[in-house]
Design a protein around this ligand. Structure first.
Ligand code: URA
Length: 321
């Protein structure tokens, strides 16, 4: 990948403030990809055409959101990709990048199944061997990489393993995890149809003789998040459910309260992302109204994935409120 740190001063043409902003954002985005090890981006024919235009004439507005999900049968594994012409893969060029790169997917090209499985296994090995946070590497029993179907169309992201997950090496197996499993089953799916991962792969360490959990520190999150980015790049789910504020913060960088954000579609690098309450919150707050909110968020996710929704499912928790 070429160095793309040079600012827009490379251009002789006068540029609009909007275009400069766009260019800055694009360069920032490419830097972030580069820091995650991405060496190429796939670009569409429209982008290629835009690349050929003079900067002064480039549109300042971002293109429309990603296309809607394809029809979804009840089983979640992704259907074979349509025989569309693959987008050409271009090395990243300095500065001259069209706006659509910001929102385009895939960031990495979809891999054939065997290569995808091998890349996932290699990523898992790297995560299991990670000692970048010496305190967490010393205190953990297991690195909790993730579980489920690597071809899943739906992915759940939580905060970090707790004691049960650290013990078993699998995310969401404790009390909150059992509730998450019930939520997944209420949609008609099972854990093996989806993929479940956390922002942090190690249990946040606690002072000696203390129990409970603590929120990951910003440093721990920044150190660990590249593993999750790579998981998502490989899985390329159709939708992501972010469970709780830490998941939203880790994936979107937004610290706005989960109460405000839940139920509203967000976008993680072109992938629709639904923020909702963490199941641990539902265990602390047993009000039907809160359960219904999470269920409403899941109904939106089911709609996005074009899953069948029965009247009974539509009405869950309604009578009790
Ligand atoms: N809470 C999380 O956020 N993740 C787990 O894996 C378990 C509990």
């Amino acid at each position: 990948m070429s160095d793309c740190t040079s600012p827009y001063t490379r251009y002789d043409n006068p540029m609009s403030a909007g275009y400069r902003q766009l260019l800055d954002a694009t360069i920032q985005h490419l830097e972030s990809l580069k820091s995650r090890g991405v060496r190429h981006v796939a670009v569409s024919p429209e982008t290629l055409r835009a690349l050929g235009q003079a900067p002064a004439r480039q549109p300042a507005s971002l293109p429309a959101r990603a296309p809607a999900a394809s029809p979804q049968p009840r089983t979640m594994p992704a259907p074979p990709a349509p025989a569309a012409r693959p987008a050409p893969v271009l090395p990243l060029a300095p500065a001259k990048v069209a706006a659509s790169v910001l929102t385009e997917r895939p960031v990495a090209p979809k891999l054939p199944p065997a290569e995808k499985a091998a890349a996932f296994a290699e990523l898992r090995e790297r995560a299991l061997a990670c000692v970048k946070c010496p305190n967490l590497a010393a205190s953990r029993k297991h690195v909790v990489f993730g579980v489920g179907n690597i071809d899943a169309r739906l992915m759940f992201v939580g905060e970090a393993p707790g004691a049960d997950e650290d013990e078993q090496g699998e995310p969401f197996v404790g009390a909150a995890g059992q509730l998450l499993t019930k939520i997944i089953q209420a949609t008609g799916l099972d854990r093996q149809h989806v993929y479940i991962a956390n922002i942090l792969k190690c249990r946040p360490d606690m002072p000696a003789q203390t129990s409970g959990n603590r929120k990951p520190t910003p440093d721990e999150m920044a150190t660990c998040i590249p593993f999750l980015h790579e998981q998502i790049d490989l899985i390329q789910p159709t939708a992501i459910v972010a469970l709780g504020a830490t998941a939203v913060e880790g994936l979107l960088g937004k610290t706005i309260g989960i109460t405000k954000l839940r139920g509203t579609w967000q976008t993680y690098r072109g992938i629709p992302l639904m923020p909702t309450f963490h199941p641990a919150y539902l265990l602390r707050n047993q009000a039907m109204s809160e359960k219904r909110k999470v269920w409403e968020d899941m109904l939106q996710v089911m709609e996005k994935l074009e899953m069948p929704i029965s009247t009974k499912q539509r009405n869950f928790f309604l009578k009790a409120i």
